[in-house]
Every structure is written in C-alpha cells, then in structure tokens.
Write a protein that binds this ligand. Structure first.
Ligand code: GDP
Ligand code: GDP
Length: 461
C-alpha cells in the first residue's frame, strides 16, 4: 500500500492543477469556477521517483467565505484522518484569505504532518503571498507553480522525509501485522545481549525454567537467530504476559575461536537487536562496565531500540553498592544517549531481580510505542522555546515553528523551521531531553529531524 498524500485548500488555489501535474493524467477537472472539484479523487502519483497515492479533496469549497459547508468539511476531515501527509495549498498571487487562516488553524490541531504549498508562485506576483504565508505557523512554504511545473524539487525535499518515515513504518507494520501507534499487546520481543560470559545463556535458561511454558523454538526468523516464546507472570498485576526471546546462534553454540569472541558478541548483538523491541544488555558484576559494553549499548540505541542495562552475577558482586553507583556514574558520564538508561541488578543464577527486569522491559516498551498528539506536542514545544529560546547566531534568530511526531517504535519527531543548519547540537539535546522528561518517553531513544524547506529568495537572487 502506498502512502497517502492529501491536497487541501480553498477553491481555486490550484489543487486540481497540482493533482494533474503529479498524477500526470487529466483525472481531475480544472475550472476557473470555484467548487468544480466536488468529489474526492484518487490517483497514483510520482514525484522524482517518490511514489504515493494522491487525494484531491472537495473540502472547503465555499460560496460564503465566513461559513464552511459542514458536509464538505466533514469529508475533508475524514480524508485527512487516513492521510500520511497533507499538502495545504494557498494561492500566492491572491495572498492569504480568512478561509486560508481558518483551514490552517484547523490543520494545526490534526495529527497529519502538513506541507504548506504556495502555488502560482511563478514570476514576482507571488512574492507577497509567499511572505505572508509564513504567519500560518505551518513552517516555510514551498513555492510552486503547479501550472508551469516549477518548484517540484522543493516539494520533493519537503515530502520525501515524511514519506520515507511513513514507508518504513508501513513496512514494519506489515511485518508485525499490528498498528505501531497502538499500545502493544503482542509478545514482548526481547533480546539479551552482552559480552561472552556475561550470563546470557544462563538468564535465558532461567526464564524458560520454572513453570514457564516453552512453546518454541520457532526457527527461521533469520538463518542466525530464532525466537523462543515464553510466558511470565507479572507479580505486580498477576497477569500472564507473553515474551518472545530473540536468541542468536552465537548464544546457543558457544564460539570456539576465542580471538573472535569480542567481535562475535557485537555482531550477535546487532542481529538480535534487529528483531527486538527491548534490548537487555547484561554486564558481568565481576568485571564491571567495559568499553565493549558501551559499544553494544550504543549499537542498540543507534538502532532505535529501548535499552535496559542489568548487572548480572549480583550474587557474587563484591561491594555491590559501590559497583552499582560506579556503573551508574560511568553511564551518566558517557554518551548522551546512555544517560538515564534504566540500570538494574540481577542474578541469572538465582533468579533474583528477574521480575523487576521484565517489569521494566514491559514498561519501556510502552514508552517506546508512545504517541503524543500534535496539539499536546506543540503546547510543550511553545513552552520549551519560551523558557529557553533558540540562539541567534550573527544576530539572526533561528526560527522553530512547529513539531510533529511522525512515527513511534522508536518515536520520531520532525521540527519545521528555518536556519536550522545553525541550530547547535546542544539545543537539539535540550529539546530531546524535554520530549523525554515532559512527554513521558523516559529513556527511550528519541529521533529528531529538522526540516527547513529551502528559501526560494536565496536561490533566485
Ligand atoms: P482548485 O479549485 O483548487 O482545484 O483549482 P484549479 O486547479 O481548478 O485551478 C484554479 C485556477 O488557477 C485555474 O484557472 C488554473 O489554471 C489556475 N492555476 C493553477 N495553478 C496555477 C499556477 O501555478 N499558476 C497560475 N498562474 N495559475 C494557476
Ligand atoms: P554467556 O556467554 O553470556 O551466554 O554466559 P553464560 O550464561 O554461559 O555464563 C557464563 C558463566 O557465568 C557461567 O559459568 C555461568 O554459570 C556464570 N553465571 C551466569 N550468571 C550468573 C550469576 O547470576 N551468578 C553467578 N555467580 N554466575 C553466573
């Protein structure tokens, strides 16, 4: 199924012309009379190799600029719900109208990411309308001439990252056969990774022990890994929860060539991580935190997985509290992304700490799958910008206009604005930390993408 892009705008801004331009067939009627496009039209569109389904809407057709016919508006609203991206078209020559502003205000309350398209931008007559359209708070406009085919590359630049994410999400969806934005209910896909001898096999065996049911092994996730389904009774809720352990070949058959061991554990970790929602990195209490562990942690987070670090062999740890605090500090001094990762102590041998570990893993999966509404997100965003405004390098303030969550599992956000290339990494970290702390993502890896559509005036002068 192709991602869906919906065209929205008041009558006569050039929606049908844009539809025809992208679909390449004269499927939609074009007319100077407002309101000719009465029905939703679908077409398979391609834009510089980007494929999607385009929807032309009847929405917002209106004789009286002060009132919106409810029936059509309702239809647009329904179409928008199913869309992955909305192209909101305005007429750059005519400038903003009250209806444009009304549509913009409504769009800002919607989940769908919006690209503002300033059509009829050929020549100079559209300049005023382009400038004016910034005030809609929907990011930089993409100036376009649907009729003359100008600005198509800029439209591609704006659309591509949004659709790419969507495509990845759909593929993941097809693979998992569930909605990635829904609260996850399937088995928790858990990978146990760590250096050789950290105790991975012992932990897996412990989890399969006792009265836990072994329904696997289910061969063939890949040549090198298998999944083992097991159940765990959550002592807090009394519920029985399903866990799918991702086991790698390297864990089962112990590698015999010792000098390849270190390399193998990282490669194993990578493979296991591919299939996991939550990754548990086991440390060996008798050895502490080593460079290799941080590499594995980093690989898991790079892949966007939720990570828990567990110090194993707690039963034989010397000076346990000093060890625990030492590891916590070392993590917090390390890479920004491992800071705040949950740290627990377990014994795979005795089973101590295992319930807490699995409880934390389920909680983390929930945060990892979390979705925040665009309106809640932008309320937080406005506050965060006010509390600590972005810097103004060379006296020119960086403008951050709007944020939207484009995916979960792991959560990804797109920020629209301009001069984003000058935005310091420290400011991005400030925003990521805010998202984690204020919006309930905790230690989950959060991706932030910055979108700054090219400024046409810099290109053309
Ligand atoms: P819709 O009602 O939004 O679907 O608008 P249409 O696609 O029917 O276009 C309305 C009018 O604007 C038509 O006369 C088009 O020829 C004209 N138009 C569309 N795109 C452009 C453009 O890029 N530049 C100019 N100058 N006119 C355009
Ligand atoms: P793997 O290479 O990570 O799969 O590690 P293993 O599970 O094979 O464990 C390596 C060694 O550590 C074995 O001798 C285990 O018995 C031992 N071990 C694993 N977990 C624990 C634990 O919680 N406590 C103690 N004392 N020993 C453990």
């Amino acid at each position: 199924m192709l991602p869906q892009v919906i065209i929205i705008g008041r009558p006569n801004v050039g929606k049908s012309t844009l539809f025809n331009r992208l679909v390449g067939k004269k499927l939609a009627l074009v007319d100077d009379q407002p309101g000719v496009t009465r029905d939703r039209r679908f077409g398979d569109a391609t834009l510089l190799g980007l494929d999607f389904t385009l929807v032309d809407t009847a929405g917002w057709e209106d004789e009286d600029p002060h009132s919106l016919p409810g029936r059509m508006r309702a239809q647009t609203e329904v179409s928008t719900k199913g869309a992955d991206v909305a192209l909101f078209v305005i007429d750059a020559r005519a400038g903003l109208t009250p209806l444009d502003k009304e549509i913009a205000a409504w769009l800002r309350t919607q989940e769908v990411p919006v690209i503002l398209v300033a059509n009829k931008a050929e020549g100079k007559a559209g300049d005023g309308g382009i400038y004016e359209s910034f005030e809609l708070g929907l990011g930089d406009p993409v100036p376009l001439s649907a009729e003359h085919g100008e600005g198509v590359a800029d439209l591609f630049d704006a659309l591509e990252p949004l659709l790419r994410d969507k495509q990845a999400r759909r593929e993941a969806e097809a693979e998992e056969d569930d909605d990635p934005f829904a609260v996850p209910t399937g088995p928790l896909k858990l990978a146990i990774v760590g250096r050789p001898n950290a105790g991975k096999s012992t932990l897996i065996n412990k989890m399969l022990d006792d009265d836990r049911l072994l329904t696997g092994p289910e061969a063939g996730i890949t040549r090198d890994s298998i999944a083992i389904d097991t159940e765990w009774r959550d002592p807090k809720s009394g519920e029985t929860r399903e866990i799918r352990l991702i086991d790698t070949a390297g864990m089962r058959k112990k590698a015999k060539v010792t000098d390849k061991l270190e390399k193998l554990s990282v490669a194993d970790a990578r493979r296991a991580v591919d299939f996991a929602e939550v990754v548990v990195l086991l440390l060996d209490a008798t050895r502490g935190l080593e460079q290799q562990d941080l590499k594995i942690a980093d690989a898991a987070l790079e892949e966007g997985r939720a990570l828990i670090i567990a110090i194993n062999k707690w039963d034989v740890a010397e000076e346990p509290s000093a060890l625990f605090n030492g590891v916590r500090e070392a993590l917090d001094d390390g890479l920004a992304q491992v800071r705040g990762v949950p740290l627990l102590a377990v014994s795979a041998m005795t089973g101590k700490g295992l319930d807490a570990l699995l409880g934390a893993a389920f909680d983390l999966r929930e945060a990892w799958s979390r979705r925040v509404s665009t309106s809640a997100l932008n309320r937080w965003f406005d506050d965060a910008l006010e509390a600590n405004p972005p810097p103004a390098p060379n006296g020119k303030r960086i403008k951050l206009r709007y944020i939207t969550q484009v995916a979960s599992r792991p959560p990804r956000f797109v920020i629209f604005g301009n001069k984003l290339e000058d935005l310091p990494k420290s400011y991005e970290r400030y925003l990521v930390n805010g998202i984690r702390k204020k919006l309930g993502f905790g230690s989950v890896p959060v991706r932030l993408m910055l979108r700054s559509p090219k400024n046409p005036f810099h290109d053309k002068q």
